[in-house]
Design a protein around this ligand. Structure first.
Ligand SMILES: [Cu+2]
Length: 174
């Protein structure tokens, strides 16, 4: 009887684990907001990237607001501006490390050709998340994001070592 109960608990644990994992996979993106529409942009915020920090350090937005981020890399290294929770940044780090190990991400260059080749085998290597931009020195890009909740977000760079070095800006959602 005891064995049966253990078995039951084991099966239940597995079911619950699958349920929560599948739920969590879809949850983070909705939680942090969504890709915004150009027609709904109500504010433009300029983000300058340096080695290894952003200007500004604090970003103020409102809940429900669609913001156009104009991101410019003024540093000498490749940098990312990724809107995410701290937990998501931590998870994204290893993906970037993989890109570096595969020669896609070089200190001051992105090997786009290799990125395309690798993407056929592993979609993570494309790095085309709607909540981030990855830029070479002197490159500029726009990111339109709609903030839909009060969750604690950070603009961060997940190029290995950069976040730890201070390449992170706090996003205040009021
Ligand atoms: Cu960086």
């Amino acid at each position: 009887m005891k064995l049966l109960r253990i078995m039951k608990n084991f099966v239940l644990t597995i079911i619950l684990t699958f349920f929560f994992q599948s739920h969590l996979f879809s949850a983070p993106m909705k939680m942090i907001g969504m890709k915004g529409k150009v027609s709904e942009v109500s504010k433009t915020i300029k983000i300058d990237m340096y080695d290894n920090y952003y200007k500004p350090k604090i970003i103020n937005v409102k809940k429900g607001e669609t913001v156009r981020f104009v991101v410019e890399n003024k540093g000498l290294l490749v940098h990312e501006f990724n809107i995410a929770t701290m937990k998501m940044h931590k998870k994204h780090g290893p993906e970037m490390l993989d890109m570096m190990k595969n020669g896609i991400l070089l200190p001051n260059k992105i090997n786009k050709k290799k990125m395309k080749q690798m993407a056929k085998m592993n979609h993570k290597m494309t790095h085309s998340h709607s909540n981030s931009v990855l830029l070479e020195p002197k490159q500029k890009a726009e990111l339109i994001w709609k903030f839909t909740s009060n969750v604690r977000l950070f603009g961060g760079c997940n190029v290995p070592g950069h976040l730890e070095a201070g390449m992170i800006s706090k996003i205040n959602i009021n």
